[in-house]
Write a protein that binds this ligand. Structure first.
Ligand SMILES: [Zn+2]
Length: 292
């Protein structure tokens, strides 16, 4: 389906940036288009909502498994464990202590497990039945599907770690998240940043484009504008320094067909060096505070 209206500004005119490959699967090309008014990037045309699941299956989507096979998978798991602690200390700081937390797109529940043991009252939503089963079995967490989830409670923090870019109905979701926040609550959102150095170097091979699973491709001013539409103020932006390395490793594979670890490491390091001060690394965490 073709994206007709820009989800950020509502304009109806787009120009093609490039075509990127479905690197998790058969390499099918998907166009990335830029809004000619606000420069927001969308994957367009993209699969219909009901066809997206096929691409997740074909891509053997790693975020939902705990399997450790290749070196990249090992690295992914090691980095994830370290990052969990950093995410916890971030939400503690954002909320000035523990409180009520909703993790939307909770995967296999690793983050909620860490938050729960630190004293947060936790709830989690996850679309994948397989991931929910792993969460139950390995982490003793019961997550609910988006269909089952009742938007009846409110939370101090709603977190989404690399989830927002996957959700059809961007504005509909943001409206729900904003409504689900307590007064002064915060939406904590991690998404890739296509203004980073690694994104620019790899272009259409940049793995964090991850088409067609990623429906939108964010940069800071898009997020700020989008948040304001839903009564949320961009209070802070944080770099995610490990993503640059992981994404560069994957991108080397997309670009050349094999992993060049040395070059990937160098690119990741360069991206972090250039992005550190400007908050412009490969992935960013946005703190979006409810303003009313
Ligand atoms: Zn726009």
């Amino acid at each position: 389906m073709e994206v007709k209206d820009c989800p950020v500004c509502g304009a109806k005119s787009f120009k093609e940036v490039f075509k990127a490959p479905f690197f998790r699967g058969d390499g099918e090309l998907f166009a990335i288009k830029e809004c000619t008014s606000c420069a927001f990037w969308v994957t367009s045309p993209r699969p219909n909502d009901e066809d997206l699941g096929v691409y997740y299956e074909a891509g053997n989507y790693i975020s939902h498994t705990s399997k450790k096979e290749s070196l990249i998978d090992h690295l992914y798991v090691a980095v994830r464990n370290y990052s969990l602690k950093r995410k916890l200390s971030l939400i503690n700081k954002v909320n000035k202590g523990v409180g009520d937390l909703l993790d939307y797109g909770a995967g296999t529940g690793h983050f909620l497990t860490v938050a729960k043991s630190a004293g947060w009252k936790t709830e989690g939503v996850e679309i994948s039945g397989d991931a929910r089963a792993v969460a139950e079995k390995e982490n003793k967490l019961s997550l609910v599907s988006p269909e089952e989830f009742k938007w009846s409670s409110t939370y101090d923090v709603v977190s989404m770690w690399h989830v927002l870019e996957h959700l059809p109905g961007l504005n509909e979701h943001l409206a729900k998240f904003s409504k689900a926040l307590n007064k002064n609550g915060a939406l904590v959102v991690a998404v890739p940043n296509h203004e980073s150095y690694d994104a620019k170097v790899y272009g259409e091979s940049w793995a964090a484009l991850d088409v067609p699973l990623h429906l939108y491709h964010f940069k800071k001013n898009n997020v700020e504008k989008l948040a304001l539409k839903h009564g949320l103020v961009m209070e802070a932006v944080h770099n995610m320094p490990f993503d640059s390395f992981y994404v560069s490793m994957l991108s080397e594979k997309v670009a050349t067909g094999k992993g060049n670890i040395i070059r990937a490491f160098f690119r990741g390091w360069q991206s972090n060096r250039k992005g550190r001060k400007a908050k412009n690394m490969s992935s960013l965490i946005y703190i979006l505070r409810k303003s009313n």
